[in-house]
Design a protein around this ligand. Structure first.
Ligand SMILES: [Zn+2]
Length: 423
């Protein structure tokens, strides 16, 4: 037996032992690269023996390492051109599993991957991954070859729907579709139902739009949200939380915070605002963007974002901007996911016979959609400024119809994600 093989045998024994108890306390320390004539060697310092798996992906080219949930302590890592690495990202993939992604600027395959203890110190283990630059044919023949023994159930290595924190961020909450994936070691975890956060707009001192029939937006959207919650819960497939269940005022920031502390998988803000043109009617869906899709949407977002101020709350704009920039990397991934969700909703709403606005999916800088890690949409269920719609929105049957259409949209979204992940 070579030294490496006997070390491996000892380590495997340790792994068998470790795998039977949940290990959450893995710390990932520094990362470094070494260039050799026949390979690039990546060494990752860890404080414990841990199961792992590694593979490369194409389109774009990446080297991926999955590990038990870790805390990230790697500072800045030098990635000279010969490493092929353009960026390093990391974050939680699913409960108990974390992932490191190395963005590569050309195709590569993993040659070998193994653990090396350093000296007699059990708190100092190296994960060594040798990879090399290859031509496209070799890449195609070898990609997704998995090295390592970490079991990540129901999660194909080629799945591309997650988002990760950039390596300078230390931690992210789990990715959007996380809840759909059962954990590898299900002795220790329960499969989690997707968490839907419903956010009825306005409330308390802030009535929102007031219809010509003197009906308040805050009242209408609360009824629709309660109906939607009931319908979602009755499927048995979701956990549903509401940012407010009563007529209370909640700051925009606290709505976002609520979604994050409840580990929301999607965030749905419900509104029924007014627009200048009284003839405008129909349901519309809004996602976050730095630019607005049109003047009407820009005005809508501006009005929505001012509700805290109008309610006499001091808004710390600086605070919100900082949060936005920090989450920028993640934000792009989340914004894509939000668009996907919005488009799914648009499709389902019309299938369910709900009248939608022309160009029903629009975008602008809505503050309430700024959770950096949760796909978020704002639904204008209708416009209070339209007399017909204001009347309809107060009708129980219409509220049920809207809620049911949104529920179908949420079903379709999670179904599509599940299909995506099987491919
Ligand atoms: Zn509103």
């Amino acid at each position: 037996m070579t030294l490496r093989k006997s070390l491996w045998a000892v380590l495997s024994l340790c792994l068998v032992f470790l795998w039977s108890v949940p290990v959450y306390a893995l710390e990932v320390g520094s990362l470094r690269f070494g260039s050799h004539p026949d390979k690039i060697r990546l060494v990752i310092d860890m404080d414990n023996v841990a199961d792992f798996r590694t593979f490369t992906l194409g389109d774009p080219y990446r080297l991926v390492i999955d590990l038990p949930q870790f805390s990230w302590h790697a500072g800045t890592t030098q990635t000279p051109p010969e490493t092929l690495v353009s960026d390093i990202r990391q974050g939680q993939l699913m409960p108990n599993i974390s992932r490191i992604v190395f963005d590569l600027n050309s195709p590569a395959i993993v040659q070998s991957a193994f653990l090396l203890p350093t000296g007699n110190d059990p708190n100092n283990v190296r994960l060594v991954i040798d990879y090399k630059n290859v031509d496209l044919a070799t890449f195609a023949a070898n990609k997704s070859n998995i090295h390592g023994t970490l079991q990540v159930e129901n999660h194909s290595p080629s799945s591309n729907t997650q988002s990760y924190a950039s390596a300078t961020n230390t931690q992210i909450p789990y990715p959007p579709s996380n809840a759909l994936r059962p954990n590898a070691d299900n002795r220790n975890t329960i499969v989690k139902k997707p968490v839907i956060i419903l956010d009825p707009g306005h409330g308390g001192v802030d009535p929102g739009a007031i219809g010509c029939n003197k009906v308040y937006e805050k009242t209408v959207v609360l009824s629709i949200a309660k109906e939607l919650q009931k319908q979602l819960l009755s499927t048995g497939r979701y956990q549903v939380y509401m940012t407010r269940k009563t007529d209370t005022f909640i700051k925009l920031k606290d709505r976002v915070r609520f979604a994050r502390t409840h580990n929301g998988d999607i965030f749905v803000s419900l509104h029924a605002d007014s627009v200048k043109k009284k003839n405008v009617r129909g349901t519309s869906i809004y996602t976050l963007s730095k630019k607005s899709s049109d003047a009407q949407t820009a005005a809508l977002a501006q009005k929505e974002n001012q509700v805290d101020m109008l309610a006499g709350i001091e808004v710390n704009i600086e605070d919100e901007q900082v949060a936005f920039i920090l989450g920028d990397f993640l934000m792009n991934e989340t914004m894509n996911q939000s668009k996907f969700f919005a488009n799914t909703l648009v499709e389902t709403l019309s299938q369910q016979g709900v009248k939608t606005l022309q160009r029903p999916h629009r975008y602008a800088g809505f503050a309430v959609l700024k959770a950096p890690d949760i796909p978020s949409v704002l639904i204008e269920t209708g416009f209070m400024s339209n007399a017909n719609e204001a009347r309809l929105l107060t009708q129980r049957s219409h509220q049920k119809k809207i809620a049911s259409a949104i529920r179908h949209g949420i079903d379709a979204y999670f179904k599509r994600i599940a299909i995506n992940e099987q491919n």
